[in-house]
Design a protein around this ligand. Structure first.
Ligand code: BJW
Length: 236
C-alpha cells in the first residue's frame, strides 16, 4: 500500500453504534421497535407528516448528543494520509464529517437537512418551534427530512459518484453495514468485479459477496488497529 492507493470506505449504521446511535436491524435495531411503513416511506409522510417528523426530531436529539467514536476518527485520519481516500456512507448522522472527513458521499441524505416538498429546495433543518414538529418552507409548503426512504431514488449525483469511486478503487472497506439495502449493498460487488480487494469489518456475518478479508470485530476496535498498522508502514 502506498500513499496513492485508491481506497474507499463504505459505511453503515454499525459504524455509529459505538457512538450510541441505534442500528436499524438486529435485536436492538430501530426496525424492531418501529414499523418501516409508518415512518420511512413517502406514503407514511403523506399520511402522517407529524408522526414522521416526531420520529426524526427524536432521532435528531439522540444524534445531536453523539460524538464520533474511534472508528470515525481512524477513518478521518486515513483521509489525511491518503489523498485518494473517499468515504461513501449510508448514514445520515453527519458523524464522519464531525470527525473530520471532507471527501464524503452521502447516499441516504442527512438528518440535519430538510427539503421543500413543493420546490425541492434543500435547506438546513429548522429547529422545532412549539408543539408542531413539522417545519415549513418560506413558500408555505411543508419541509420533509432530506433522507432517502424505501421506494425512493437515491440522489443521482451521489450515486453516480459512488459508482465511479468503487469502479476505480484498489481497496474497499465495507464497515458496519448489514449489506441488505440496495443499491448501496451492490457497491462492493462493483469494486470486486473491477479488481479491488474488499475488507469487511463487522462483528456479525453479512450476505456481502466478493469479500477478501472478514474482520469480525467492532469498527471502533478494528479501525484504529488497521490505522496503526498502516501508519507503522509509513506509506510514501
Ligand atoms: C457493527 C457494529 C459495530 C453493529 N461495528 N459493525 C434489489 C433487491 C431487493 C430490493 C431492492 C433492490 N433494489 C432496491 C430494492 C428496494 C429497497 C431495498 O433495498 N430493500 C431491501 C431491504 C430488500 N431499496 C430502496 O428502496 C432504495 N431505493 C431504491 O432502490 O430506489 C429505486 C428507485 C429508482 C428510481 C425511482 C424510484 C426508485 C432506498 C433505500 C433507502 C434506505 N433508507 C434507510 C432509512 C434512511 C433514513 C433514516 O435513517 O431514517 O436507510 S433504511 C436503513 O437501511 C437506512 C440505512 O442507511 C440502510 C442500511 O442499513 P445499514 O446501515 O446496513 O444498517 P443495519 O442496521 O442494517 O446493519 C448494521 C450492521 O452493523 C449490522 O450488520 C451489524 O452486525 C453491524 N454492527 N455494531 C461494526 N460496533
Amino acid at each position: 500500500m502506498n500513499k496513492d492507493t485508491r481506497i474507499i470506505a463504505l459505511t453503515g449504521a454499525g459504524v455509529s453504534a459505538e457512538s450510541g446511535i441505534p442500528t436499524f436491524r438486529g435485536k436492538e435495531g430501530l426496525w424492531n421497535r418501529y414499523r418501516v411503513q409508518d415512518l420511512a416511506t413517502p406514503e407514511a409522510f403523506t399520511r402522517a407528516p407529524d408522526t414522521v417528523w416526531e420520529w426524526y426530531r427524536y432521532r435528531q436529539e439522540l444524534i445531536g448528543k453523539a460524538k464520533p467514536n474511534p472508528a470515525h476518527l481512524a477513518l478521518a485520519k486515513m483521509e489525511e494520509i491518503f489523498p485518494e481516500f473517499y468515504l461513501i456512507t449510508q448514514n445520515i448522522d453527519g458523524l464522519h464529517q464531525k470527525a473530520g472527513n471532507k471527501r464524503v458521499v452521502e447516499l441516504h441524505g442527512n438528518i440535519w437537512e430538510a427539503r421543500c416538498i413543493a420546490e425541492g429546495k434543500i435547506i438546513e433543518c429548522p429547529p422545532r418551534t412549539g408543539n408542531d414538529p413539522v417545519p415549513y418552507c418560506t413558500c408555505g409548503s411543508m419541509l420533509r427530512p432530506n433522507v432517502v426512504w424505501f421506494g425512493e431514488a437515491l440522489p443521482v449525483e451521489a450515486l453516480e459518484r459512488a459508482y465511479q469511486l468503487v469502479q476505480d478503487c484498489e481497496i474497499c472497506f465495507v464497515i458496519g453495514t448489514s449489506s441488505l439495502v440496495y443499491p448501496a449493498a451492490g457497491l462492493p460487488m462493483v469494486a470486486f468485479e473491477a479488481g479491488a480487494d474488499i475488507i469487511e469489518v463487522n462483528p456479525a456475518p453479512s450476505p456481502a459477496l466478493g469479500i477478501s478479508i472478514h474482520i469480525r470485530e467492532k469498527a471502533g476496535i478494528a479501525m484504529p488497529v488497521i490505522l496503526d498498522e498502516i501508519s507503522r508502514t509509513k506509506p510514501v
